[in-house]
Design a protein around this ligand. Sequence first.
Ligand code: AMP
Length: 404
Amino acid sequence: MSEFKAFSLLASIIDRLSLKGYKQPTPIQKECIPALINGNDLLGIAQTGTGKTAAFSLPIINNFGRNKIDIKAKSTRSLILTPTRELASQIVQNIDDYSEGLGLKTKVVYGGVGRQGQVDAIALGLDILVATPGRLLDLIETGDIHFEALEVFVLDEADTMLDMGFFNDVQNIISKLPKRRQTLLFSATMPAEIEILAQAILIKPTKIEIAAQTVTIDLVNQSVYHLEKSNKVSLLFYILKNPDFEKVLVFCKTKYGADIIVKALEEASITAASLHSGKTQAMREEALQSFKDENLRVLVATDVAARGIDVDNITLVINYNLPEDPRNYIHRIGRTARAGKSGMAISFAVENDVRQLTTIENSIGQVIPVETEQPFHKEFLKVTQKIKKKKPVKKPQRTRNKRK
Ligand code: AMP
């Protein structure tokens, strides 16, 4: 029997979850679903990959599926605000999947695509609206949406909103919402700004904290390759000679760099595409879909574009450039080894990266082993000594749930 049955969810939702192969709720779902069905506000310290989308969306779908109402024109019963278009599309796909057969009206809105279809859908009234901040503000300003009927507000990836410079937009949107509502705030980390916002918008929230993806990290075979900058492309080709790496996600620093790598790969008849904010939305969606469908072997992405993307069976993540923000190291390598599978992560490091590499190692509490058995290996004397001296820090706990 599915453990989801314990939550008194509608039978059709349980069926959809079984069809998707979800056998038991993830830790965040176990904690969130009952609290949200009870109508509590919620503060979830958790990141993508923990199953948080189902954690917040199942109670909304369940509630609206049970209590259907005539929705006012240009209004929505719930609003899910998320930072990127990719995350927004992913969330609405999940919601449509979980709610099939219930007749709920859902819509996703983001910029970079035509707005009339979005305006028309909202005009009919929605149960669930998933939105990115820019386009939503635009629709508010033109009077195409109001929030008189809003019951639930979900702020997803609050710290990413801050990192991406959307915080004012988010606060502006919140100021338009009715005070009486259920509010959920999710954030992977809790910088001071988010702490203050949480205190301002949440009323006696249930607090749930799921430790960073330590489970995933344990399943990722990580290594670092020391090399000269000029050998990076050659090393990439050398690694890709291994046919076992069927689905490879490469992270690099700049849009320009991503496009150059793709060009080099294509010239070598390796199917590849780039995913970054310089591409149109249609191109980004096409690249992601081709990668998901395994029509592309390599996807080359920048951090912002790839944040939270959910693609199954990635065999290898390559950090062509180390992430500038050490937290992104876990986000990046967490793209592989999903759903209990193992995966591999290779980081390229040039001599100038030494300090950044140490910061990353400190942040994950592990020393990443150096792979010396590769043709472009370069000895970095100082680093090798430093890593040898350093003892691996105690591994973080697997999962920590805290409920206040
Ligand atoms: P999320 O953190 O919401 O992005 O979810 C990460 C991945 O886990 C997605 O591919 C979900 O479809 C999947 N997932 C969510 N809940 C479960 C579950 N209870 N069992 C198995 N997979 C799940």
